[in-house]
Write a protein of this length. Structure first.
Ligand code: MN
Length: 318
């Protein structure tokens, strides 16, 4: 495991007959967009490509509409080529049942931007300074001399627009890249709406229920405040998981709280906790203390027990 450059990764992927690309569990637009952009580029260079994600959930419909989705293969049908690349996975565990595919590879590459990523591949292209994995994939494609056509650009844009919250916290470089991708032919308006501004009507009443139960803890985080909401198993099972992911984006708008949390009961007594912070609180060590990971202002972890137990452990760690 060594810190690697996009040049080294480009060299490792050039002239290779077949590549397996792995996306993380409960895939989002950055992991799928990065995987498909890299997959499309390699496919155009004549490389045999398979792109896969762990089978725990089905792919959000909108991500299946991205160009290059024909490269996706079900997790159970992954061949596992000699070269395996993981995209946007913060740890080997995030590849879930596909982790052994990477471990068994002759050559493995991890491309990621999570601060908590300690590296787990032969080549680790990890840059916590990047807004999304898609921009790191773009740097590799540029090193390879691949033309960024409208389809590759659309996949990269999907990762960029979602991981920057519609550019709300984007760095200057991301705006430059966005301009380049739009100029390459991305329909930014349509993809922003599809990825970020679209919910089924039934989502309204589910969110209303969840928000009605939100609680504010003004004393938490040394008085900076914490707001949390609980999505119990019954409500969660009526939502697609990507709909439940968007609840945190409403809860984190509470003016009185530095930290926002959404507790989702994935199975009775089993929870995933999503955390967001605004300014001062670094969530990486907090999530790590619970066995999770992520970014400074966005992280998550899993826990088990009653909702009161999970909340108590969370509040204690803040
Ligand atoms: Mn990402």
């Amino acid at each position: 495991m060594t810190a690697s450059t996009s040049t080294a990764v480009a060299r490792a992927l050039t002239g290779v007959p077949a590549v397996t690309i792995l996306c993380h569990v409960r895939p989002d637009a950055d992991t799928i967009g990065s995987g498909l952009a890299l997959g499309l580029a390699l496919d155009r260079l004549g490389t045999e490509v398979e792109v896969a994600f762990p089978a725990t959930v089905s792919l959000p419909t909108v991500l299946g509409d991205l160009p290059g989705s024909k490269l996706l293969v079900p997790a159970a049908e992954v061949v596992g080529h000699a070269v395996v690349v993981s995209v946007d996975a913060a740890s080997l565990g995030r590849l879930n049942e596909l982790a052994p595919v990477l471990s068994a590879a002759q050559h493995s590459v991890a491309i990621d931007h999570h601060a908590s990523n300690e590296g787990f591949a032969e080549l680790d292209l990890i840059d916590a300074g990047a807004d999304c994995t898609a921009v790191l994939v773009l740097s590799v494609l540029d090193e390879m001399g691949v033309e960024i056509d409208d389809e590759i650009a659309t996949c990269l844009y999907a990762g960029l627009v979602t991981d920057t919250g519609s550019f709300k916290w984007a760095r200057p470089e991301s705006f430059r890249i966005a301009a380049r991708l739009i100029e390459a032919g991305v329909d930014g308006r349509a993809w922003s709406r599809a990825l970020l501004d679209t919910h089924p009507f039934a989502w309204f009443s589910m969110v209303a229920q969840v928000l009605a139960g939100a609680r504010l803890l003004p004393e938490a985080c040394s008085g900076e405040g914490c707001v949390y909401a609980v999505v119990g198993h019954e409500i969660l099972s009526a939502m697609s998981w990507e709909e439940s992911e968007s609840v945190i984006d409403i809860v984190r708008t509470a003016n009185e709280a530095e930290v926002a949390a959404v507790l989702k009961e994935t199975a009775p007594g089993e929870w995933t906790v999503s955390l967001r912070s605004k300014h001062s609180v670094d969530l990486v060590p907090i999530a790590a203390a619970h066995g999770g990971g992520g970014h400074r202002h966005a992280s998550g972890y899993s826990d088990t027990g009653t909702v009161d137990d999970v909340i108590a452990r969370l509040v204690e760690s803040l």
